[in-house]
Design a binder for this molecule. Structure first.
Ligand SMILES: [Zn+2]
Length: 69
C-alpha cells in the first residue's frame, strides 16, 4: 500500500496522466510542492498528492480552483 514514489516515477505519472510536465528534479515527500509546467505554458506549484488524488493536473488558469462543496 505504501507505494514509494521517486522523481522518475512521478515524472512518468505526470506525463502519462496529464498534459503537464514536471519541472522539479528532486522529490522529498508528499508535502513538498512540485513545480509543473501546464500544457498552456504556465508554470504552477502543487503537491503531488493534490495533483494525483485531487486531479489538480493543470494550472489555475486552465483549471480554476473550485469552491469547496
Ligand atoms: Zn494552463
Amino acid at each position: 500500500m505504501n507505494k514509494r514514489w521517486t522523481i522518475g516515477k512521478i515524472k512518468e505519472f505526470v506525463e502519462n496522466n496529464s498534459e503537464s510536465k514536471l519541472l522539479t528534479t528532486e522529490y522529498q515527500g508528499f508535502s513538498q510542492k512540485l513545480l509543473f509546467k501546464c500544457g498552456c505554458g504556465n508554470n504552477f506549484e502543487k503537491t503531488f498528492k493534490k495533483f494525483k488524488d485531487n486531479h489538480q493536473r493543470k494550472c489555475e488558469v486552465c483549471q480554476p480552483p473550485k469552491a469547496s462543496r
